[in-house]
Write a protein that binds this ligand. Sequence first.
Ligand SMILES: [Ca+2]
Length: 284
Amino acid sequence: MRTKAILAIIAMALFSLLAAPAWAATVGSPYYNAVRADNPLVYYGFDEAAGPTATDLSVNGRNGTYGNTYTLNQASAYTGLGTGVLFNGGNVAVPALGGVYSSLTLEYWIKPTDLGGGGFRTLYNRDGWNTGWVHNHLWAGGAGGASKPMEFSLAGANPTDQFPTGAIQLNTWQHVALVYDASAKTIMQYLNGVAQNPVTTYTTALSADLSGTGHIGQWDGSSRPYLGSMDEFAVYGTALTATQISAHYSASTQTANLDVPEPATMALMGLCLAGLGRYVRRRR
Ligand SMILES: [Ca+2]
């Protein structure tokens, strides 16, 4: 009877180790694999314990640099997303993203505390304002109003400021994808993997120029701050499909796949099993 009780305790200990959240970072999670499979130009997981380097998780080595007021180690929406960053007048400086693209996708998780009723809340902004340069903000004070605060702008396009359909929630984590297609003259917003309709259209659209530096979280690194948390920021030089974006969102929620023990957990399990083995041998 005593043996059964001890075995039950050991089994419960092993189960609790297996069930514990295993990922302190994005790397290796289903979301990470889904994003990387679609060849992002840059991909920040914001999993660093400390700045100033924001590691690019794509294959392109475009590390960013945290600046001004930011706080790392923020709880994210799902375990497989690791941790995120809280911006409160902070930013990440982003290097040039390669060139000019006829299609573009911006993707990130955000938990905003302000939707921009008083002005731009910069999500991603190429520094400066010339033909084809991309800017993306929350701007509830703009023409879209509070129901369509997401703004995507491209210098030289008509209209300049676009407000894709779909409400952004305050103080709530949400997955956002913005897909710009210059050939189709459209900008489309996906929220939590679902396409928001109707699709916003341009009269004149231009290729998006990302050949220069930019910033996440602040306009040119010093003003118009995004207020709130962000995680898993990625930019693609292609128009991701509805299927791809839905798959990314679904991958983020696959916590069942995340219960893969870390090395430290494996070592603890090994000690438990060794102890169990010695105990059973002694009882024989
Ligand atoms: Ca993360």
